[in-house]
Design a protein around this ligand. Structure first.
Ligand code: FAD
Ligand code: NAI
Length: 466
């Protein structure tokens, strides 16, 4: 039996950041992870492999289509899917090894195996050979993450009917990929396979894509993706899937009910959301229960059980790696009696399509629902010199500011490098900047960041470049 100040169950962005921070704060710490590598969903089958394929497929499409030729670069590319997958795997491996290095550096022990709580202060780990080890801990942090939500009637066979993990390593380019769910995964991985040559049809229950995003931004992104060749069937639901040897027949109905149609595909990606993962965790041994969504509730990262904490996808809030990471830092600060705090109003979200959609703060729809008086400044990337020079003119920057105080309440960007640009809005809003503050700050020329500044000027009625 080993004793630690902190035992963390789960080695994803929540768990591994908690382990590193615990080590930095001088605590003895163990992180229990059942996968063969650290890094959780994000590094192994989420953020990182998906971004690797988005990057590679974007360049492939630019080379195979007219984009390179228009720039005066004549090439005749062929797709080497095996190599594309190999370089993705190598990048992922170097990232997961990097976490192992950081564990060694900050003296965090990785206990390999599946952990379960076995009463207050006690975690039992079962390794791949079935050997059990008991750990004692003053504090336990649950960071077990999430898993794909299943869709009744469309059972995964992990061959032709797949989840995001399957869609990150298909052995061939689909002829026709049907994506169920026009959320973040559907739009990103649908983009990857369309760029590589698949026909892609996205079936979405709601009447819009990218739910939760500013509606105007989501619609603009949908128009771009449609122009690129992606098809959308909105307000529709898939009610069954029948597999034959090389294809799947889907029954698709209007969301509100009505006549069904059949759609044939060779691959089907089910991406209708993720749900918290707490299987076999022994929650009952410390008197904990999940709510009806399978989620463990928290107050300042504490569960209702003394000295049991919870962070990341398994608890409330957006299921995002940076949210899990920040919660890890805050949770550790609180364990050692410091005053950590995370501003849940300012967690940015990015959809890494082309153009990207990046947001922080309130959407127009939220401000309307709150009855808050606001003003809008908007600037199109078609008037931004850097975007024009690079032939990436789709989209806009939009700044929403309080009508009376001018405080920035939301920023929504659809365009090139939007995911990088949103960081500026996060900093400004954390410091309660007004749109005038952003408008008065000198921005480098020629950069896309000038579009954000121009939008901020727009909120003050004096956009100078459009
Ligand atoms: P996880 O990363 O899920 O880690 C939990 C870990 O706990 C897992 O490794 C699991 O094996 C382990 N575990 C579970 N139970 C036990 C147990 N009993 N014992 C031991 N180990 C256990 N987010 C972004 O912010 N940006 C992105 O670009 C992005 N892209 C994504 C793309 C895809 C395809 C997917 C699926 C997700 C993406 N996400 C992205 C979401 C992001 O991956 C998650 O929000 C993040 O990984 C959550 O971190 P976590 O630590 O809470 O959980
Ligand atoms: P999601 O919640 O983003 O989108 C799911 C979509 O499926 C919704 O639009 C929903 O209306 C739709 N849907 C639900 N049931 C349906 C049905 N029966 N038929 C048709 N449509 C249906 O979930 P997704 O895309 O699976 O991603 C899960 C989570 O992973 C995201 O919420 C996000 O937190 C995280 N993620 C983040 C990324 C990023 O930050 N870039 C990238 C990928 C995932």
């Amino acid at each position: 039996m080993s004793s630690y100040d902190v035992v963390i169950i789960g080695g994803g962005p929540g768990g591994y950041n908690a382990a590193i921070r615990a080590g930095q704060l001088g605590l003895s710490v163990a992180c229990v992870e059942g996968r063969e590598t650290l890094g959780g969903t994000c590094l192994n089958v989420g953020c990182m492999p998906s971004k690797a394929l988005l990057h590679a497929s974007e360049l492939y499409e630019a080379a195979v289509g007219e984009e390179f030729a228009n720039l005066g670069i004549e090439v005749k590319p062929t797709l080497n899917l095996a190599q594309m997958m190999k370089q993705k795997g190598e990048s992922v491996a170097s990232l997961t090894k990097g976490i192992e290095f950081l564990f060694r550096k900050y003296k965090a022990d990785w206990i390999k195996g599946w952990g379960r709580i076995a009463g207050p202060g006690k975690v039992i780990v079962t390794d791949a050979a079935g050997v059990e080890t008991e750990l004692q801990a003053k504090d336990i942090i649950i960071a077990t993450g999430s898993e794909p939500t299943p869709l009744p009637g469309v059972e995964l066979d992990h061959e032709r009917i797949i989840d995001s993990t399957g869609a990150l390593s298909l052995p061939e380019v689909p002829k026709h990929l049907v994506v169920i769910g026009a959320g973040v995964i559907g739009l990103e991985l649908g983009s990857v396979w369309r760029r590589l040559g698949a026909k892609v049809t996205v079936v979405e229950f709601l009447d819009h894509v990218a739910h939760g995003s500013d509606l105007e931004a989501g619609k603009t992104l949908q128009r771009s993706l449609t122009r690129q060749g992606m098809s959308f069937k909105l307000s529709s639901k898939v009610t069954s899937a029948v597999r034959s040897e090389n294809s799947v027949t889907l029954r698709v109905e209007p969301a509100a009910g009505g006549e069904a149609e059949l759609i044939e595909a060779d691959y089907v990606l089910v991406s209708i959301g993720r749900r918290p993962y707490t299987k076999g965790l022994g929650l009952e041994t410390v008197g904990l229960q999940v709510d009806k969504r399978g989620m463990l509730e928290n107050k300042g990262h504490r569960t209702e059980a003394p000295n049991v904490w919870v962070i990341g996808d398994v608890t409330s809030g957006p299921m995002l790696a940076h949210k899990a990471e920040d919660e890890a830092h805050v949770c550790l600060e609180r364990i050692v009696g410091k005053a950590g705090e995370l501003n849940y109003n300012l967690i940015p979200g990015v959809i890494y399509t082309r153009p990207e959609l990046a947001s922080v703060g309130k959407t127009e729809e939220q401000l309307k629902a709150e009855g808050r008086a606001y003003k809008v400044g908007k600037f199109p990337f078609s008037a931004n010199s850097r975007a024009k020079i690079n032939h990436e003119t789709e989209g806009f920057a939009k700044v929403l500011a309080d009508e009376r105080t001018d405080e920035v309440l939301g920023v929504h960007l659809v365009g090139p490098s939007a995911g990088e640009l949103i960081g500026e809005a996060c900093v400004a809003m954390e410091f309660a900047a007004s749109s005038e503050d952003i408008a008065l700050i000198c921005h480098p020329h020629p950069t896309r960041s000038e579009a954000l500044r121009q939008a901020a000027m727009g909120a003050n009625g004096h956009t100078t470049q459009a």
